[in-house]
Design a protein around this ligand. Sequence first.
Ligand code: IPE
Ligand code: IPE
Ligand code: MG
Length: 255
Amino acid sequence: MAFIKWPFQKYNKKDKENHEALSVIPKHVAIIMDGNGRWANKRNLPRFAGHKEGMDNVKRIVKAANAHQIEVLTLYAFSTENWKRPRKEIEYILKLPKEFLKTYLPELIEQNVRIQTIGHFDQLPDYTKEAVGDAIEQTKANTGLILNIALNYGSRAEMVDVVKSIAKEAQTKDFNIDDVNEQFINNYLYTSQLPEPDLLIRTSGEQRLSNFLLWQLAYTEFWFTDIHWPAFTESEFEEALMAYQARKRRYGGLS
Ligand code: IPE
Ligand code: IPE
Ligand code: MG
């Protein structure tokens, strides 16, 4: 496989060699956007400032993902464990989607982006639900990049939901236990309609999953950087895409 330098600014659909390179673009990129607080700390700013800057960075990375024809971008924005933080910080984070969408939704619509979420949406405050719900509704017919926001998401909570749904189905007469297989379980995941992530990026130096997509990441390629999320630019994003390009995915087989 040819190693193609990113970005494909000169990409031309008729160009066969470049077209081949498109086959190694990850379809689905998932990002654990970590390090907002440390970014702010380093600059003697309050943690809030890091979250604000982190939100602005989402715009840049969505644009870059779109430019590289990635199909799904899943962003970990708020975990089921983030409720442990001080109330004021939680409120600030959960108000960000409203602020983000107020100024940015028209541009997202213009870019043909479709917004979705995974996580326990119902438990979010009204101001978050209204803004995000409206954006989901307004972009539901769009056919470009799926911007999938993990909001109040926890992988274990997702698995509990899966087991509960299957248990409920098991109470019906026509349930056959032998029908339960990996695909069956997959159909109950929040991500059932999405391809599995090809590439996982985590910023800010931590090398752990923090309860993110445990089932879905079984064969995903991981890429870590010490850079804090607000400082993570298009060029680091492209570096991750290049690293992905050089990986040999074997899925347990032989290459
Ligand atoms: C990521 O940045 C944003 C959320 C978890 C909501 P952090 O707030 O975790 O920043 P650090 O890890 O404390 O630097
Ligand atoms: C993971 O980051 C969650 C999000 C980025 C939304 P955390 O900062 O919450 O993770 P830990 O606590 O360092 O594992
Ligand atoms: Mg963190």
